[in-house]
Design a protein around this ligand. Sequence first.
Ligand code: DON
Length: 331
Amino acid sequence: MVQGIANWSTEQSREWLQSYVDDWVAFYRKHTGDGKVATYIPELAKANPDALGITIIGKNGLTVRSGEVDEPFTIQSISKVLSFIVACMERGVAYMLDRVDVEPTGEAFNSIMHLEMKQVKKPLNPFVNAGAITVTSTLNGRTSDEKIEPIFALLEKIIGYRPSLDIDVYESERDSSMRNRAIGYYLLETGYLESDMNTTLETYFKQCSIKVTVDDLARIGLILANDGEDIDTFEEIIPRPIARIAKALMLTCGMYDASGKFATYVGIPAKSGVSGGIIGAVPPRVREEVLPFMEGCGIGVYGPALDDNGNSVSGIRLLRHVASQWDLSIF
Ligand code: DON
């Protein structure tokens, strides 16, 4: 484990941290061959399977970035964190938790097995597709553009610019996502959809197609790590209770049916997406020794080659290594 430095925020120690991360990215890039790029959305199949990038931004501004940090990719399921936050801000936490539960499923992200098997038809959490589509249906607005606007506005506040949609990925998912349409019909039958099904799905496909980089993901992670408060202006970007629920859900449900393993071996509230992105929110830790990023940090990772759970194969291994070397676990 890296330790023994009195102050990890000097330029010299930043250079050390940078050289560690450069080595780790070079090492774990060799693991990308153990995974496969998602193909069920045809447009995602075009991603470079060998890409691997990471950005870590500390609460004091200390930034380390390595690999494909400037390569844009679509946010995919990481958008479910943002739509849930926005829905809680619009409707209130109690209202939302009446409509989606907060329990892990142990099933694939697009499974509807639990909806059918349980007596209670409420989706198990906002990060499985059934829950995410339910959440999206509660967003204010009549059209998909009106519904998605507050997600763009929140992102703009966090990352400092208005991101764009990847229209090709959006159209590709819209035209191929039969499973999500099946989930939409199922939710229509059970009464959980609060908006017209086509508008809801259009909004969901759009939110998944927002273009980001690992820098953007690290900034989102940092805001969450800081309980929703901007580190420079101290403005409340996300109300603290909502930021905390989002982190609890990330820890318990953020990596789909690998969430338990990720919590055990990495120990960071995180959320993955099928394009290979992972967001991590590391709150301040209390330790006897002085460690890098002790005051908390946000992490963004990109590695489009996925494991069997639909999570970035080299991204998870890289994160696990960084977390163990710098003792980033919240436990
Ligand atoms: O619903 C879908 O299929 C995608 N647009 C989002 C899924 C996703 O990112 C799952 N991630 N592991």
